[in-house]
Structures are given as structure tokens and as C-alpha cells.
Design a protein around this ligand. Structure first.
Ligand SMILES: [Zn+2]
Length: 191
């Protein structure tokens, strides 16, 4: 078994040791910590990570599952499902105020999806570290992720979080860009 799925086993063992050491009639402090279990990786994603681990320097880089723009077709569904589980985990673990809730419409927000993938895999990799340095940095990254998400959602944030996803505010500007670019291309091709 690789380190990607071994962490919870160690925690379960630690919990059972703590439980047996707690005198009868007293509540174990470990039981009182309400941290949900980190979602398991789908088999295909685990294989992609193992491929990366066994890569040699002289090999072309394989699939990076955190790069959603380069996911092979067969990886899209398992990666998406796992990111959905991670979004739920983040909401249950870290979202105390509404501002830090990842909205349920995140798959319709490419800015959140691309960012969430890096945060999700970033946690997975940083917690493989033997020290707390990388997990501490990941917490900084998480704060920056919340900041970027809030900034990008803007005034529509509470609607999205309430399940009322609206059209992208920048849709007209993006369409204008596309239109002008196409126009420029057409003009160049007729010259
Ligand atoms: Zn939305």
C-alpha cells in the first residue's frame, strides 16, 4: 500500500490506543474532535499518482491529475467525483462562515474547479511529508484559495451558495473577445 491511502489506518490505530487508555466514565478528547475522514482516492487516480512516483527523469511527464485541462477522457469522471468529495470534506472541515463554503455549482465555475484540483491534490501530497512544514504551507494555500474564490464569485457568491447559480457576469465581455478575435481572423484570412 502506498502512502496515499495509509494515513487513516495510522489514525484509527492511534484512536483505539487513546480509547483504551481513557478511564471509564470519561469522554475521550480524541472522540470529541469532529474531523471527517478524508475521501478515498478512486483506483484510476491512485494509479496515475503511482505512475508519477515511478517516473524517471528521462521520461516525458505523464498525466498530472490536478491539471484538469489535460485530463484523459477516462479520468474525467473519477477525478470529478473525487473533487466533489473533497469539496464536501473542505466544507465540513473548514467552512465555519458562509464565505468559505465551496458552492455546489463549483463544476460550472472553471476558476474554482481548476483551483480546487490543485488544493485537493496539494493536500494529498503535502501530508505525505514527514514534517509539518508542508501541511502548514497548504493551510496558507487554502486561505489564498478562499480569497481567490470569493473575489471571483463577487456579489453572486451567496446566490451560488444558496443553489441559485447565475450566468457568468463576464459572459458578455468574453463573447465580445471571442467575436472580435474571430472577426480579426476572418479579415486576415481574406487579405
Ligand atoms: Zn455558481
Amino acid at each position: 500500500m502506498t502512502g496515499y491511502s495509509g494515513g487513516m489506518t495510522a489514525l484509527s490505530e492511534a484512536t483505539s490506543i487513546q480509547d483504551t487508555a481513557t478511564p471509564p466514565g470519561r469522554t475521550s478528547i480524541v472522540r470529541a474532535i469532529d474531523v471527517p475522514e478524508w475521501p478515498d482516492l478512486p483506483e484510476l487516480v491512485l494509479e496515475l499518482l503511482q505512475d508519477i512516483e515511478s517516473e524517471r527523469d528521462d521520461e516525458p511527464a505523464g498525466v498530472r491529475p490536478w491539471d484538469l485541462a489535460h485530463l484523459p477522457e477516462e479520468a474525467r469522471e473519477p477525478v470529478g467525483q473525487w473533487l466533489h468529495d473533497v469539496a464536501r470534506w473542505l466544507n465540513r472541515s473548514y467552512a465555519w462562515q458562509a464565505e468559505t463554503v465551496i458552492p455546489p455549482c463549483w463544476p460550472q465555475h472553471p476558476h474554482i474547479a481548476l483551483d480546487l484540483a490543485v488544493i485537493a491534490f496539494g493536500r494529498l501530497l503535502s501530508y505525505q511529508s514527514a514534517t509539518t512544514t508542508h501541511p502548514a504551507r497548504w493551510h496558507d494555500d487554502l486561505q489564498a484559495f478562499y480569497h481567490r474564490t470569493s473575489l471571483a464569485l463577487g456579489t453572486g457568491a451567496s446566490d451560488c451558495r444558496a443553489g441559485r447559480h447565475e450566468t457568468r457576469p463576464a459572459a458578455v465581455d468574453i463573447a465580445t473577445y471571442e467575436h472580435l478575435t474571430e472577426q480579426g481572423r476572418a479579415t486576415r484570412s481574406t487579405r
